[in-house]
Design a protein around this ligand. Structure first.
Ligand SMILES: Cc1cc2nc3c(=O)[nH]c(=O)nc-3n(C[C@H](O)[C@H](O)[C@H](O)COP(=O)(O)OP(=O)(O)OC[C@H]3O[C@@H](n4cnc5c(N)ncnc54)[C@H](O)[C@@H]3O)c2cc1C
Length: 748
């Protein structure tokens, strides 16, 4: 029997159980009156055949709880009436736990896959929360009994909670309630109804019991905090509410938000205000890209019906322009601006002396909370001969004043691709060596292939699937050796640019002494509130994030600042389900959420709606009619899980799709928004329309076609069709009435 058949068999068994319960008037048998009526007989039977009666009772209890049938309360009372307090409690508790676990497993087996397909991202968040606090939540629900037990069993089955934890917590959580009912059952003769058993004082005691686990949790957190402050007692008063280390995108945002909240905040920077984004990252790279793009477009002037003029690159001038752009943006991140916001700025390398004290060049500052936003520095791997060749990195490439004739870029990620294409456009012979078999290894192969196609057309050499093994001096510059399936190949050059990612800047911060945990990649470990393993110290941006972008750094930073200053009032959570990123090559590459490759790796079933940008009127008008838009939706629903674009305006297209994912606007709804003509946004509408066509059931289309045909037909045919429809409605109504009459209205 395959999985599907097994699932249907299980559904059949549950449905048969329900049908039997209804057919044999189960609720009458499991009623309070019937229990009182049969009490003497049941007791008698137990006296004569104790094991048989106990076994049969337990089996009945398991079936009722397992099939989520009404009657568990009466059975618990019966356990007291038949077996007495202690044996009754044991039998009812074990049976109800087994039954609850069976219901839990049934829900998981029958429904989990289908629910997961539709609500994967939401379930992932719930599972993460449950992995941490699931046992506490379950115990609370069992104790306060705010939600009927059968609902708890079914809902918990949809999560990833291990069945053992579910059973053990349920056993403990149900014990007080079961005891109260079994105890009431021992005095069944005095009871008039089960309604008053859970009196307000009993309910209040349960609520107090439910609060116990949370009090214990709070107590443990308090104890941990005391253990920290025991080693480093907090000062009697603080110089600042918040100290921020690092004045890059993350640190600046955190400091600005803290100042806006009225906090006393000190910001420490050891080098340049603005960090990487302003000085060596986004700003200079985008200025360089703009110059390179204008140059490339001027060479293609004929494509727009223009005669090409003499636009040539003067590399030194271009770099001077790049520096002037940085200088224009610099005031936004300057010390003067931040001091005008009320932030105290210090220059120097910061070191944590305790969870409350930061040392900066021999001076100390105390703060109630600290945010570490020290970023990351370009990684230069220990490849033999590489350091001796004095390679460029994204930090130092901006110091160049002469264009290297031959440039080898090690790394085909976003930085390698963006800068590689710029240098090629200015006239360098560029070779990009990448270990993966494609450029941009985080993107889907079909997306990366379009970029590679353009790079090839622009004369960029790509050496894919090869690892750089050493660098040796050559006759006229270094020679980079890479190893691939076909053996060793050599790439002579004048300069090497290493673009192999970055290393978190944690050295010299004193993290080890404070016990601040790092992950396997050297990033500071933080929870979803950006809190490190030391409760009053937070981290954000490149130093702690898997996603290294300015917008991510800023988003994490305001959350960290709000949490650091306002906790427990503020509990801002960072969530990476809808993080967009763009590689500013030509064509641009944009992504948000899941890629197709990731979805298949994680076993998530998706539908992919696509639109070829070659067919987009705006792209044609602009003379940039190439590219691809892909939108991933959860299989069988409009929920957008991710999108990828390669082509013009990728950043803008991804922006709209990010909004849709963030606010859970499905593709079926997104397609109903009016997109201006001519715009690239129409590509989203087209992909959505194609998706809608594919997902409209055939019968709906046939019905509509039939309606249109009918409107074309003769009046006689229309009258006949109307009569047939009335007849059909009458027959259905008659069947419904008949079923209503057959169904039992009262107990016999
Ligand atoms: C070439 C290139 C292009 C990029 N383009 C983009 C882009 O287009 N879009 C985008 O979103 N992202 C881009 N990025 C990434 C972006 O620059 C970073 O993600 C972002 O700047 C990280 O900000 P941060 O505040 O975490 O770190 P940083 O900006 O690195 O700031 C950290 C600061 O902390 C300081 N610091 C470190 N240690 C100490 C210490 N002990 N005491 C005091 N100060 C200290 C450093 O000097 C630095 O100023 C690009 C990166 C590169 C290299």
């Amino acid at each position: 029997m395959n999985d599907r058949a097994r699932r249907w068999t299980l559904i059949g068994v549950v449905a048969a159980g329900f049908a039997a319960f209804v057919a044999f008037h189960g609720w009458t048998w499991l009623s309070f009156d019937n229990l009182k009526h049969q009490q003497a007989w049941l007791h008698d039977a137990y006296e004569r055949r104790p094991l048989l009666v106990a076994g049969a009772f337990a089996l009945l209890y398991v079936v009722v709880a397992g099939l989520s049938l009404p009657g568990a309360t009466i059975l618990t009372l019966a356990a007291g009436a038949i077996f007495g307090l202690l044996p009754g409690t044991a039998i009812a508790l074990v049976s109800s736990t087994i039954g609850a676990s069976l219901a839990f497993l049934t829900a998981r087996y029958v429904l989990r896959d289908a629910v997961e397909r539709r609500f994967r991202t939401r379930l992932e968040t719930i599972d993460r929360g449950l992995a941490r606090d699931g046992a506490w939540y379950l115990a609370t629900l069992r104790l306060i009994a705010v939600i009927p037990f059968f609902v708890i069993n079914l809902v918990m089955g949809l999560t990833r909670m291990p069945v053992r934890s579910f059973a053990l917590v349920s056993l403990a959580g149900m014990l007080p309630g079961v005891m109260v009912y079994v105890n009431a059952g021992t005095r069944l003769g005095e009871l008039r109804s089960p309604a008053g058993i859970l009196s307000p004082p009993v309910l209040a005691s349960f609520a107090a019991l439910a609060a116990l686990p949370w009090l214990a949790k709070g107590g443990i957190a308090w104890w941990k905090r005391r253990a920290t402050s025991g080693r480093w007692p907090p000062p009697r008063s603080f110089d600042h509410d918040l100290a921020v280390i690092g004045a890059g995108s993350a640190g600046l945002t955190a400091a600005a938000v803290a100042a806006q909240l009225g906090a006393k905040v000190v910001l420490v920077e050891r080098e340049r205000m603005g960090g990487e984004c302003l000085n060596t990252g986004c700003v200079p790279s985008k200025a360089l890209i703009r110059s390179a793009r204008i140059l490339a477009q001027s060479r293609r002037a004929t494509a727009w019906g223009l005669r090409p003029g003499a636009v040539e690159a003067d590399f030194a001038e271009v770099m001077a322009h790049v520096r002037s752009v940085v200088a224009q943006v610099a005031p936004h991140d300057s010390r003067a601006r931040f001091e005008s916001l009320g932030v105290q700025c210090r220059v120097g390398a910061a070191r944590l002396v305790s969870p409350y004290v930061v040392a900066v060049d021999g001076r100390t500052e105390t703060a109630r909370a600290i945010i570490i936003a020290t970023g990351a520095t370009p990684a230069v791997p220990p490849i033999p001969g590489l350091r001796e060749a004095r390679p460029l990195t994204s930090d130092t490439v901006w110091e160049l004043t002469a264009l290297p004739r031959r440039l080898v870029v090690i790394g085909g990620g976003p930085v390698g691709c963006e800068l590689g294409q710029c240098f090629a456009r200015f006239g360098s012979q560029v070779t990009i060596i990448n270990g993966a078999l494609q450029l941009l290894d985080h993107e889907d192969p079909d997306i990366a292939a379009r970029l590679a196609e353009r790079f090839r057309a622009e004369g960029i050499r790509m050496v894919l699937g090869e690892r750089v093994v050493h660098v040796e001096p050559g006759a006229d510059g270094p020679v980079v050796a890479s190893l691939g399936e076909t053996g060793l190949s050599r790439h002579p050059c004048d300069a090497i640019l290493v673009a192999l990612g970055k290393r978190p800047a944690t050295a010299g911060l004193g993290l080890e002494e404070l016990g601040i945990a790092l992950d396997g990649d050297g990033r500071i470990e933080v929870d979803e509130h950006q809190r490190t393993s030391v409760p009053n110290i937070y981290a954000c941006g490149d130093v702690s994030s898997r996603h290294r972008f300015t917008h991510v750094a800023a988003d994490q930073a305001w959350r960290a600042a709000a949490n650091a200053l306002l906790a427990p009032l503020s509990r801002q959570r960072w969530n990476d389900a809808a993080v967009p990123w763009i590689t500013f090559t030509e064509p641009e590459v944009g992504r948000v959420g899941l890629s197709e490759a990731e979805a298949s790796r994680r076993g998530i079933a998706v539908d992919v709606a696509t639109c070829d940008l070659a067919d987009n009127d705006r792209a044609i008008v602009e003379g940039e009619a190439e590219g691809l838009l892909k939108i991933l939706t959860a299989k069988g629903s409009g929920t957008i899980l991710g999108a990828a674009v390669v082509g013009p305006g990728a950043a803008e297209l991804v922006g709209e799709l990010t909004l849709a994912i963030t606010h859970r606007i499905g593709l079926d709804r997104l397609v109903t928004a009016v997109h201006a003509y001519p715009s690239l946004g129409e590509a989203i509408a087209r992909a959505g329309a194609a998706w809608k066509r594919r997902h409209t059931p055939r019968w709906q289309l046939s019905l509509l076609a039939a309606y249109v045909r009918l409107r074309r037909s003769t009046p006689r045919t229309r009258t006949a069709a109307a009569l047939a429809a009335i007849l059909l409605v009458a027959v259905v109504a008659a069947i419904c009435l008949a079923i209503g009459a057959v169904l039992p209205g009262a107990a016999p």
